[in-house]
Design a protein around this ligand. Sequence first.
Ligand SMILES: [Zn+2]
Length: 586
Amino acid sequence: MDWTWDLSVLYKGFDDENINKDFEQLKKLVEEGAALMQGDEKTALETCADAFETISALTNKLFSFASLTLATDANNETAQQLMDQLMKFYVRISLLHSAYVRYLGKIENLEDIIASSEKLQNIAFSLRRDKEAAAHLMDEGVEEWVLKMSLTGGDAFSTLRDKLDATLTVDVNGESMPLSAARGLAYHPDAATRKAAYEGELQSYTKIDISMAACLNSIKGEALTLIEAQRFPSVLEKTLFDSNMDMETLNAMLTAMEESLPSFRKYLRKKAEILGHKNGLPFYDLFAPLTPPGYEPKMYTIEEAREKLIVEMSKFSPDMGAFIQNAFDQRWIDIYPREGKQGGAFCAGIHHMDISRVMTNFTGSFSDVSTLAHELGHAWHNRCMKGLPECMTDAPMPLAETASIFNETLLSHAVLSSAEKAERLALLESSLMEATQTIVDIFSRYKFESAVIETRKDHSLSVSELKQLMLDAQDQTYGDGLDPELRHPYMWACKSHYYNSGFNFYNFPYAFGQLFGTGVFALYQQEGPAFVERYNQLLRSCGSARIADVAMSVGIDVRNPDFWRTSLKVYQDNIEEFITLADQLF
Ligand SMILES: [Zn+2]
């Protein structure tokens, strides 16, 4: 059995003449694009809709072929060349799209035109959204220069940040290693190794912290300048606009998260106690493995993992089970790690072909099986959007993890229901360890980023100010769950998300995804098989409405903290059970 993925359905290889043909067609469409926006408005909008549909399809196919090849073969120079050409060309596509948005913004009777055309009714949400976006476009004539300058501004600082991170070496017990390797030691079974890695890591940041602070100050400074040019009241409002989300929803979620913090602190203090700490958990033991005495975690072969996924997902819906079987049969998945292949896992959809590709680095742990379930959830999400116009398939970041978290929850629920005490404890612990990241740590990042942006309005922040704001944010969220002497003042240098120049507050979408997926699963538990069809419809509509409306379509009111409280209750119950089991088994 070949466990690599099949990309030949895209192109036969880099010498396939269709690559050139497609790229030429794409260039022609983009060149001729501006000419479509004139004359009768209804005809113009319909022609634009067709043109953008083809542009998206061609771009996606070409990008996917280059980027998927590079994902498993980092040194493939031909793939890299195509990628570079596409990236360069992408500025032209962005400018064409801005021209289109500007054109839409000037159409006064858009609603009448939509009502008169079946084609436009099918993309009405996208049209209305783009018309709203027109109010936030920069002045024509300035935009192109701002786009180009951001390549040497925010984007350049972001690249510099990645280079500083990638080339930093950490001294752990006299051994020099890359930062990523030192951070990986947080999962090491030996307590002294975890502690030494943490101390080495903190020490290493002193070599780059002034440069890192300069990067962060520049990126957040640029964000503040851009919102002025784009007429947004705040950086957060811009991120919410880009996410189809409103402030009321965000606040409802944060309210419930705030209330749940004491439970998470209880979990952290219990973990600290088991590991022999007196004053809360040291930061370096957040990821410490915790397995009950005598317990050996079960390992899976890929055949067992496939079988498990098909069986469990078929119980939810036979269609989803058959879909997963097909994904394996048709070689949608690149499963094992190998040289030149990147780490981690992801799923990429090629919408117009109704296919996805999933990359994992499977080594046989339960967490790897769960990752497969997660990525195949994304693939199922893509399948549910089959046949929709491309512009209606773009799920905003907070909703993008709905199907993946749902699948993870479904799998862990199935495994937990038949697990013995020791296995149950181990599974609960690894799930709570992750939830602590997506809820407590994400909340600390949200608070930190809010404080940085507020301060940056006044001045550039010094390294010591950044460190203090980070400690304050950890104090407000982790509280007495963490040892106050052993927190992590350099998390702002560690997490790349703060340095994404195009998307600020790249944190709350994680909490949203986790809690929304959990809440949707809770609905399934209440309603059983009757829920399946509504679930698929929910996934289908993720890019076709505002988040609050998408959620309301399955009866979820995301503006009400009660919904979020119900999701968080699942974790709070798990914490109580974890503590009870830990008292029995340790
Ligand atoms: Zn995901």
